[in-house]
Design a protein around this ligand. Structure first.
Ligand code: F6R
Length: 606
């Protein structure tokens, strides 16, 4: 989704803006633009397509301006072209605006401005902000910003330049992410910390409704009421290198290989001697763990698939009913929620709009909300009652890998913890689980060497691929199919193995690849029957299985084996093999692996 960057300081702004924008590319975009300011006015450039097109344009001139804003746009209102690209200028050329989010009342504001004689150049919702600034401006930049945002409904993080104040910029945040950074050479704004890492690790996260002024001398923040406030700065621990590709050809490959370390960082702090510790959950929820009636796990995309694994684990270990919902459905469904239903929201970015809306709904209904989030200080983390942070580090590839497996790992911890709290796990069983969890990172390391390239070669020729499994295997099948389709553009579906014959099997024909997942503990002999059913109809079966089950699935055309691990935990190594398969299939097909078409990393619109 859109990304914003801004700088005011003692150094030329343009190189900083372009570096920041390159760090925001991963969010997904289809045009990019910058505006820089000095005493001679504002100069803006914007271009449809990749950032390199914009860079080519601006590198033909020298820009010495030390104030600027930049933007990567993921089109929502209006086509992805040069005109709709940000920044947008006000009708009098005094203001330049970049925006992430959606102005929900833009149509009414646009009609009002048009009646007053303003001509619009673009189809965007953002342009109304630029014109409103000009309309409200009476010589006071801050006041014009305050009066403008008072008219806006919806979600926005805004970066604003004013020709009359070329040595400052304003930023405002409501329901869209915004980070402010400071360094020896000036101040920065950005949509996420990753964009700031080349310049500074000293950051501040503005609160909802905050208005921020950035100058070379420092940062000033006004809360929504107009009161000047002090917001704390903190040092982020992520280094610039963690968000760089290094020697890897793709971020996705690098991030897959970072999984052992990410899993260790997520698990280790919660494994003490022979047990699981989650001190973050002390005194939570008010009804106590035994008083809980059920859990609703809510998420989108891969995080939803992680929740599916969580359901099997929590129900089995803690004997507590778990419902799993897509956030976009949960928020509009009229389900009973109360103080004895725990809502667990899961999000790598912590900014996914539907998940955030689901969280808010759960809270309104009195349900205690626990978040499993990767990005520290993100909106979902801040608004939840409690947070369990995964330690995946920055994830740049659009297709999640380490984000997903660390979510699954955190759900293992939560499942074990709940089971113990509810008296469903003996001390001996907890000791075994703790030992198994400690071994997961090393086991994942081993899994990363499973030879997937050959199978990927034949998958790359397919039109459709079906992934089937039971229990945990079904949950992982959903993720395997999503991984393959999103980066290789091959149609793929994940199915419960027993369900395929209720319709979808009619699509299986000679040579159709079916990936059978032999993991979890549910009825391997039944899954074997399903393997035979599709083989009999011409399918070419690839089995991905733990070593202890590999004989059972030996009839498959090809078998990929991961180390044996306790059944539930096998979700992680098997998912890692499916990630590798998707990666090498996409590579074989020459796809843009880190930035698949139409996708955005951080989905901040509903
Ligand atoms: C798929 C993928 C997406 C995300 C989904 C939720 O590879 O990355 O499906 O999982 O958009 O994102 P978060 O976890 O940031 O809420």
């Amino acid at each position: 989704m859109c990304g914003i960057i801004g700088y005011v300081g003692t150094q030329p702004a343009l190189p900083r803006l372009l570096t920041g924008l390159s760090r925001l590319e991963y969010r997904g975009y289809d045009s990019a633009g910058i505006a820089v300011a000095d005493d001679s006015g504002i100069c803006a450039h914007k271009r449809q397509g990749r950032l390199s097109a914009l860079e080519k344009d601006v590198k033909q001139r020298t820009f010495t301006q030390k104030t600027g804003i930049g933007h990567t746009r993921w089109a929502t209102h209006g086509a992805p072209d040069d005109i709709n690209a940000h920044p947008h200028m006000s009708f009098d050329g005094r203001f330049a605006v970049v925006h992430n989010g959606i102005i929900e009342n833009y149509a009414a504001l646009k009609a009002e401005l048009q009646q007053e004689g303003v001509t619009f150049r673009s189809d965007t919702d953002t342009e109304v902000v630029a014109h409103l600034l000009a309309k409200h401006y009476k010589g006071d930049f801050r006041r014009a910003v305050a009066e403008t945002v008072a008219r806006l409904n919806g979600a926005y993080a805004l970066g604003i330049l004013c020709r009359d104040f070329p040595h400052e910029l304003f930023a405002v945040r409501r329901a869209s992410p915004l980070v402010v950074g400071v360094s020896a050479d000036g101040g920065y704004i950005a949509s996420d910390v990753t964009a700031l890492l080349p310049f500074t690790r000293r950051v501040m996260l503005p609160e909802e409704g905050d208005m921020v002024r950035v100058t070379a001398d420092g940062i000033a923040v006004w809360e929504e009421s107009g009161k000047l406030v002090n917001r704390p700065f903190e040092e982020v621990t992520w280094s610039a290198a963690t968000a760089e590709k290094g020697d890897y050809p793709h971020y996705m490959l690098k991030e897959m290989w970072e999984q052992p370390a990410a899993l260790a960082a997520t698990l280790a702090p919660h494994l003490e001697n022979d047990g699981i510790r989650l001190p973050e959950l002390a005194g939570f929820p008010a009804c106590g763990w035994v008083g809980l009636r059920r859990i609703c796990m809510v998420a989108c995309g891969s995080a939803y698939h992680a929740a599916m694994v969580g359901k099997y684990v929590v129900e089995k270990w803690a004997r507590l009913p778990v419902e799993v919902d897509l956030a976009s459905e949960f928020r509009y469904r009229e389900q009973p929620l109360d103080e004895r239903t725990l809502t667990v929201v899961i999000s790598q970015s912590g900014e996914t709009a539907d998940t955030l809306a689901a969280l808010r709904k759960a809270k309104r209904c009195g349900s205690p909300v626990l978040a499993i989030v990767n990005v520290t200080g993100s909106t979902i983390a801040r608004e939840s009652d409690r947070v369990l942070y995964t330690q995946a580090g920055p994830e740049v590839a659009v297709a999640t890998t380490k984000g997903y497996t660390t979510q699954v790992a955190m759900l293992f911890l939560l499942g074990g913890f709940l089971a113990r709290q509810r008296g469903e796990l003996t001390a001996e069983a907890e000791r075994r689980l703790t030992k198994d969890l400690r071994e997961l990172p090393a086991l994942t390391q081993e899994t990363l060497t499973v030879a997937t390239v050959g199978a990927a070669k034949w998958l790359s020729q397919a039109r459709d691929v079906y992934f089937i499994g039971r229990g945990i295997g079904y949950a992982v099948a959903l993720e395997g199919a999503l991984k393959l389709k999103e980066i290789s553009y091959i149609h793929a579906e994940g199915y419960a193995a027993g369900e395929l014959k209720h319709g979808t099997i009619s699509l299986v024909e000679e040579g159709t690849p079916v990936v059978v997942l032999g993991c979890g503990e549910v009825a391997p002999e039944k899954t074997l029957s399903n393997l035979r059913e599709v083989t009999a109809r011409g399918a070419r079966v690839l089995a991905v299985t733990t070593a202890d089950l590999c004989e059972i699935y030996g009839e498959a055309a090809e078998v990929l084996t991961v180390p044996t691990v306790s059944p539930q935990l096998s979700a992680i190594p098997v998912a890692v093999v499916l990630q590798l398969l998707a990666y090498y299939t996409a590579l074989e097909r020459g796809c843009d692996i880190d930035k698949p078409r139409n996708l955005a990393k951080s989905v901040t619109v509903e």
